[in-house]
Design a protein around this ligand. Structure first.
Ligand code: FMN
Length: 408
């Protein structure tokens, strides 16, 4: 039987994706002083050989002074072009589409990395994670214009280096997502208030990139279905943003959800969607009517059946997977060759509730960084690695501060 997962897909700009596997962005934390490293080249070599149609890089930062993690790649000029070219070359081998995810963390920049982060409004993060972040200050309009310019500069460099395109990270509570949310963006100027104003930053980033790159350069947007916060970015808002992006000519949309205060992207949302594995299928059904362009949802897919069912429903065109790729870099080939055993990835927790409440999601991220590091060294992943071993490894390597920095 031919799997729908193996069928090619043509993007609006004519580029063909060889199959329906879409490796979602995972911050790798493998940069060398914020430059692309040979570890990253090795990792993408493995992923490109593993059979996915699309690989998205972990978020690459557009501004050296605004980091999401201590070992983020930053691209703000051409100083690392040679290494970027190597990265693009291995990532596009085997007829693979390679997108660089570009990002600015806004206020989601941990304390040790930002004394005073910037954000649309001077509103700090709340809840149990709030203490890991310094309160932000509001951006001036001039700074907003400069940041739009920076997004475009990074995209132009990605094109020059040979990446197939970029993905504008507008999800998970980072800067663009902060602009979109009425809870986090309380500006009174043209960048806040109505949805049209809140989406202006994203729209301008997209327009600038489109203007400065060739038409075959793919521009994708990763967007939240919702932030899952009362008074935040809602599904209704999200559908309208998708409508606008389609009208503007975006090539592809990936749907996720949540932010650091409400991490739906890692944990899923409700039982009904968990039944179908994928967290955001309900939303895909709603947005499909206004989204004729290729659509991916990412979060929760584990079994071939759930992936095939989602494609058969017509609600999505590509299957987004992130964590499974850190364990099985050749997951698509395993499925095509009928040797895949459904992964069961449990949350990475110590079992001590008080500890897990505070550092549970940090441990989870660090566990996947560890797996990707192994892959980059030519080793297999080690899914049996325990949360406790990891806990002591972080303590030993970085002291207590390790738990403050490693969030992505
Ligand atoms: C270690 C790690 C790093 C991540 N980094 C990013 C990132 O840089 N950009 C992004 O959009 N999502 C990031 N994510 C979220 C994933 O892209 C994805 O939305 C999430 O893991 C759910 O999909 P999954 O169930 O297939 O893993 C990250 C997830 C993990 C586990």
């Amino acid at each position: 039987m031919t799997l729908q997962l193996s069928q090619p897909l043509t993007l609006p700009n004519g580029k063909v994706i060889k199959n329906r596997f879409f490796k979602g962005a995972m911050s790798e934390q493998l940069a060398n002083e914020h430059a692309p490293s040979s570890a990253l080249v090795n990792l993408y070599d493995r992923w490109a050989k593993g059979g996915a149609g699309v690989l998205v890089t972990g978020n690459v930062m557009i501004d050296r002074t605004a980091l999401g993690g201590p070992k983020d790649v930053v691209i703000e000029d051409e100083r690392d072009l040679a290494m970027l070219r190597q990265w693009a070359k291995v990532g596009t081998q085997n007829n693979t589409i390679l997108l660089m995810q570009i990002n600015h963390p806004g206020k989601q920049s941990p304390k040790d990395l930002a004394k005073q982060p910037v954000a649309p409004s001077a509103i700090g993060l709340t809840g149990s994670i709030g203490k890991f972040f310094n309160p932000p200050r509001a951006l001036t309009e001039t700074e907003i214009e400069q940041l739009i310019e920076r997004f475009a500069t990074t995209a132009v460099i990605a094109e020059k280096a040979g990446f197939s395109g970029v993905q504008i990270h507008s999800a998970h509570g980072y800067l663009i997502s902060q602009f979109l949310s009425p809870l986090h963006n309380q500006r009174q100027d043209q960048w806040g208030g109505s949805l049209e104003n809140r989406m202006r930053f994203l729209v301008e980033v997209y327009r600038q990139i489109r203007e400065r790159t060739e038409s075959e350069f793919i521009i994708s947007v990763k967007l939240n279905s919702a932030d899952f916060q009362r008074g935040g970015f809602s599904e209704e808002d999200s559908v309208k943003v998708v409508e606008k992006l389609v009208e503007l000519g975006v090539d592809h949309i990936e749907i996720s959800g949540g932010n650091y205060e409400s991490p739906a992207m890692l944990e899923g949302v409700k039982a009904s969607t968990l039944k179908r594995e994928a967290y955001f299928l309900d939303y895909a059904e709603k947005v499909r009517n206004v989204c004729p362009i290729p659509l991916t949802i990412t979060g929760g897919f584990r079994s071939t059946k759930a992936m095939e069912d989602a494609l058969a429903s017509g609600q999505v065109d590509l299957i987004g997977l992130a964590k499974p790729f850190a364990i099985l870099p050749d997951l698509p080939n395993q499925i095509f060759e009928n040797r895949y055993q459904t992964l069961n990835l449990k949350p990475v927790r110590t079992g001590v509730k008080k500890l897990d409440d505070v550092i549970g999601s940090t441990l989870e991220m660090a566990w996947y960084f560890y797996q990707m590091e192994r892959l980059s060294q030519g080793l297999d992943a080690n899914p049996a690695y325990s949360a406790w071993k990891l806990f002591f490894r972080i303590l030993w390597q970085q002291g207590k501060n390790g738990f403050r920095k490693e969030r992505a």
